[in-house]
Design a protein around this ligand. Structure first.
Ligand SMILES: CCCCCC/C=C/CC(=O)SCCNC(=O)CCNC(=O)[C@H](O)C(C)(C)COP(=O)(O)OP(=O)(O)OC[C@H]1O[C@@H](n2cnc3c(N)ncnc32)[C@H](O)[C@@H]1OP(=O)(O)O
Length: 717
């Protein structure tokens, strides 16, 4: 777990050996303490180098150990012992030195980094703070302001920047361990006193730094507590002697360590990694499915989605044919794609990559690409026509993907002569910014097609989740019910401001009505028309607030009919100072409209509290999540949670909807859903899902055991 050898007779080399990232699990800590003591004891050894095997210094504490009682030697005395040693210790940093890994390096007297290495204290992203002296030593090395920024954001710093900040002493393009060994030999005999960071004096931080940072964090962190504790710990470094600062660091860590937020964030970390290991109901999985390389891709449609997808592909170095039949749209799309790529180039001080894109109006230009992503608007007839043509034009082994957000992938596959090559690649707007990608497998999608889309997603820097084919897939299927509940709450007496405030207090970046104004109310209107819920396809024999046999709120349709489409028209659920305005203000006109609406339909407004807003909106979403798991559309709760955190603004420190259900308690969720279903029998989706009932019947097992209660995938392979 840590190997020891002697080099050149006098250099003690300690190599951390705990693949894949040399995490500091208890055996590793034990081994490091032992090997350091051995090196310090050995009279032949004059200096020590600490490195990591397999090109990685250290990924930090072993996060898996946090869930159980921590055993083994603690990090703090181990790092203190290194710093206090009388022989120079040099950290040779390759790959990463994160968290406890960087804290270990900060206890060393010198740090040499490979030019491709990255360092950082990402504990805050796990709901923690760097509690092995990181909050006390880093400010003494870089100054308070840079350390505060790094510790409160968890930002990774590339070696050249780390050199500028003083975090490392030297950056090398050569073999880092060899350079560190030579360096260590060269400093033997030099005084170590001023290399011990715990002994350094801190210069005064700029006035107001902590207050300003705290204010920014309170605005940005949406209720997350770890960044606040990080500020308090760094403030202790700036105001207290080292030892007292360490005590403060330890006390603050104790408040975070067992918190629900830390558990949620650590769950999120592993959930994000688990979705990469996808498996399908037919038994195919990532372990046995090979992806094909994509060298040339095509995007059809240069609306908002298409443009973002083109930019993402180009950023990943893939050559793209961007096709659009509408001349004006082609022109605008081209201008916007090039503008984004030029801005990228300016930012990175590099040449723009526009040469990778070829714009065209002709579908026939797509004959030689490896993969096509269709991103035209949501019209099944149009999409089918395109897929039929693609099937004839594209080379036989080209993958045909659709960016549809809700339509049936199998229906599209059926019009092609190669249904096994068809998958959904559902990007989220703006596609060059949003991290999430739903890869939708159809009935006939081959494992190779799914693997290729997942791999491409990874290459584009997306968090990709493989999901089954059903209306709205995972994200939008759940979202629909959440939005509906929000509309019902307005009918019953709430205002958009009240609903949004409750959701934002919970931690969403934006309440649902603000989101609706931002994306445009016409988006949902088009979907509801397509589904026959409004417009020409409606069965007007039903009462006005019932459609297709259940409760329906026409509120959003009525706003659309008035032309109130959100930000772009300056009115929607809120009022904006001008079309395209961003700053929502309560709209008295909308409030009067709600009063008239309620009186027209004989609805009596009542006071709705925040708990009801949250329960109605979130528990209906969670209940649908259980249905999705039961249907096998998502293979585990982590998939649902990753989708909600990365695509729908669910606060990361609350883990995701399924994790939240586990935290609240499954019996409570069940009981509240039963209550609301009884109160609203005309809303069928409030009826608790059979899976939720099954889990409660089985004693509400923790989320990591839920997969055992899902229907087993069966192999058709
Ligand atoms: C009272 C307690 C006092 C404690 C005091 C000390 C406190 C210290 C705090 C910490 O150090 S917290 C940990 C801080 N470190 C991190 O946050 C780093 C997390 N890891 C990463 O960012 C990345 O994994 C990586 C290191 C950059 C590598 O990325 P890459 O893309 O190459 O691989 P992954 O797929 O992400 O990871 C591979 C594999 O390794 C697992 N893993 C990664 N880091 C850790 C870790 N720190 N602990 C345990 N496991 C880790 C990851 O889950 C993957 O596993 P899988 O099974 O293959 O999915």
């Amino acid at each position: 777990m840590a190997k020891y050898s002697r080099l050149h007779g006098s250099v003690g080399l300690i190599s951390l050996a705990n693949p894949p990232v040399n995490a500091l699990s208890s055996v590793v800590r034990h081994a490091i303490s032992e090997k350091v003591a051995k090196a310090f004891r050995d009279p032949e050894v004059t200096c020590v180098v600490i490195c990591g095997e397999n090109g990685v210094f250290c990924g930090g504490a072993d996060i898996r150990e946090f869930a159980s009682t921590m055993r083994g030697p603690p990090l703090v005395p181990m790092i203190d012992a290194i710093e206090e040693g009388e022989k120079p210790v040099v950290a040779a940093i390759e790959g990463v030195a994160f968290g406890g890994g960087l804290e270990l390096a900060l206890g060393c007297h010198y740090r040499i980094a490979h030019y491709k290495a990255r360092v950082g204290l990402p504990e805050v992203t796990l709901g923690l703070l760097p509690a092995a002296g990181g909050t006390q030593r880093l400010p003494r090395l870089t100054g308070v302001a840079p350390a505060l920024q790094l510790i409160t954001t968890g930002r990774h710093v590339a070696a050249p920047e780390a050199l500028k900040l003083g975090i490392v002493d030297q950056v090398t393009e050569q073999n880092t361990v060899e350079v560190a060994v030579q360096f260590a030999k060269s400093v033997v005999g030099q005084a170590l006193h001023n290399r011990r960071l715990s002994l350094r004096q801190l210069s005064c931080p700029p006035d107001g730094l902590f207050e300003e940072t705290m204010a920014q964090i309170k605005q940005r962190a949406r209720g997350a507590v770890a960044p606040i504790a990080c500020v308090q710990a760094v403030k202790a470094a700036a105001t207290l002697p080292f030892k007292a600062g360490m005590d403060k660091e330890r006390d603050l860590m104790a408040t975070l360590f067992n918190s629900g937020q830390a558990k949620a964030l650590q769950y999120s970390f592993f959930a994000q990694r688990s979705v990469a290991k996808w498996n399908l109901p037919n038994g195919a999985h990532s372990g046995i499915s090979k992806a094909r390389a994509v060298h040339r891709a095509a995007v059809i449609g240069l609306g908002t989605m298409g443009r973002g997808i083109v930019v993402s592909l180009v950023r990943a170095g893939i050559s793209v044919i961007a096709m659009e039949t509408n001349e004006k749209q082609l022109h605008t799309g081209k201008k916007m794609v090039i503008a984004i790529l030029e801005k990228d180039a300016q930012k990175h001080n590099a040449a723009p990559r526009a040469d990778l894109v070829h714009f065209t109006e002709r579908l026939s230009d797509l004959s030689n690409v490896d993969l096509v992503i269709e991103a035209v608007y949501e019209d099944m007839v149009l999409k089918k026509d395109i897929f039929k043509q693609l099937s004839m034009i594209c080379k036989p082994d080209a993958f045909l993907c659709t960016n549809t957000s809700a339509l049936n992938v199998d229906e599209l596959a059926a019009v092609t002569g190669r249904p096994e090559m068809v998958v959904g690649m559902h990007f989220f707007a703006p596609a060059h910014v949003m991290k999430l990608l739903e890869v939708v497998y159809g009935q006939h999608s081959s494992p190779e097609a799914v693997a290729t889309a997942m791999q491409l997603g990874k290459r584009l820097g997306k968090v990709s989740v493989a999901v089954g084919n059903c209306p709205g897939f995972v994200g939008n299927r759940m979202m629909k019910l959440y939005v509906e509940q929000a509309h019902f709450l307005l009918e019953e007496g709430a205002t958009p401001e009240q609903v949004d405030e409750a959701l934002e207090e919970f931690g969403f970046a934006m309440g649902i009505f603000k989101v609706s104004d931002l994306s445009g109310l016409d988006v949902g209107w088009r979907v509801r028309k397509e589904a026959g819920l409004t417009g020409a396809g409606v069965d007007w024999k039903e009462p006005p607030r019932r459609r297709q046999g259940r409760r329906y709120s026409p509120l959003a349709d009525l706003l659309c009919e008035k032309g109130h489409l959100g930000q772009k028209t300056s009115r929607g659920w809120y009022l904006y100072e001008k079309p395209g305005g961003r700053d929502p203000k309560p709209d008295q006109g909308l409030h009067s409209f709600l009063v008239e609406y309620r009186s027209k339909y004989g609805l009596k407004a009542r006071r709705i509290d925040k708990d009801e807003v949250l329960e109605r909106c979130l528990f209906s979403l969670i209940n649908e999540g259980f249905c999705i798991l039961d249907d096998g559309i998502a293979s585990g709760p982590e998939d649902v949670d990753v989708i909600y955190v990365h695509g729908y603004g669910w606060p990361r420190h609350r883990g995701g909807p399924m994790f939240y259900a586990d935290m609240v308690g499954l019996s409570k969720v069940l009981e509240r859903l039963e209550f609301y279903h009884q109160a609203h029998p005309d809303v069928p989706y409030l009826k608790p899902s059979p899976l939720l009932r099954k889990l409660v019947r089985n004693g509400s097992p923790p989320i990591r055991e839920w997969r055992e209660f899902l229907k087993r995938p069966h192999s058709h392979l």
